[in-house]
Design a protein around this ligand. Structure first.
Ligand code: MG
Length: 251
């Protein structure tokens, strides 16, 4: 199943993508049963919205060993968590913009997990019961601010710093996904979730031991090596095989 959120006459609606069409839903897809409202729209004519409505975005830092090393540190022995606020949520095709005081604006292509059911003290072997599906995410970072502040809140949580999409699919195995980030068409990051230091089942067990995840919450699973800066006019794409491409322009 591929879940999307689309704007219909200015109002957000959930839908399911099937053969180039969006079948819209009554309500959201988090419940036990999907209820179709009978309307159908051509996917190509739909304005896509971020395919989730998170109260919180829980991010994992340094979940690829090579990325930890490029930041000058050894891989941590446990998942390092931080949060991005819901103000960071941005849409497929949404524009990225940093305040003028930011001197280095970085992309970080990542696999995102979207939660379906309230999750607390989840055992790793039961993780799939709590997941709506998977999508692409760009953990946009003001690197200079992150380094200046010594902690990550301001550098990671500026408005619009978390584009997510284009849709959420449950048709992939999160343990075997290849990810590529492109800047103006040039490949700048390449990774595979097989390289995760902590895989998705173990991440959900670790996170939900500490905090309850709610339907629509997002877990960003960390970025591979190759982080780098973006400039106004750049187009950044996060492409995960089997999911799709999240494309945003910097203004
Ligand atoms: Mg990140």
């Amino acid at each position: 199943m591929r879940y999307v959120r689309v704007s219909v006459n200015g109002a957000p609606r959930w839908g399911v993508v099937r053969e180039g069409e969006v079948l819209t839903l009554r309500g959201d897809p988090y419940g036990e049963q999907l209820v179709y409202d009978g309307e159908v729209f051509p996917l190509a004519q739909c304005a896509l919205l971020a395919p989730c409505t998170p109260g919180k975005i829980v991010c994992v830092g340094k979940n690829y060993a090579e990325h930890a090393r490029e930041l000058g540190s050894e891989p941590p022995g446990f998942p390092v968590l931080f949060l991005k606020g819901p103000n960071t949520l941005n849409h497929p095709e949404g524009t990225l913009h940093a305040p003028a005081f930011v001197t280095r604006l970085d992309y970080e292509g990542e696999l995102a997990v979207v939660i379906r059911r309230r999750a607390k003290d989840v055992r790793a072997e039961h993780f799939a019961d709590y997941v709506l599906g998977y999508t692409c995410l760009n953990d946009v970072t003001a690197r200079d601010i992150q380094q200046h502040d010594g902690q990550w809140t301001r550098g990671k949580s500026m408005d619009g710093f978390c584009p997510i999409g284009p849709w959420v699919t449950d048709e992939v195995d999160p343990g075997h996904l290849s990810l590529e980030t492109r800047l103006n068409g040039r490949v700048v990051q390449r990774g595979n979730t097989e390289q995760f230091l902590t895989d998705v089942p173990a991440l959900l067990e670790f996170i939900t031991a500490a905090m309850t995840l709610e339907p629509g919450d997002v877990v960003a699973t960390g970025t591979p090596a190759g982080i780098g800066p973006m400039a106004p006019g750049d187009v950044v794409e996060v492409d995960i095989a089997g999911i799709g491409v999240l494309k945003n322009r910097v203004i």
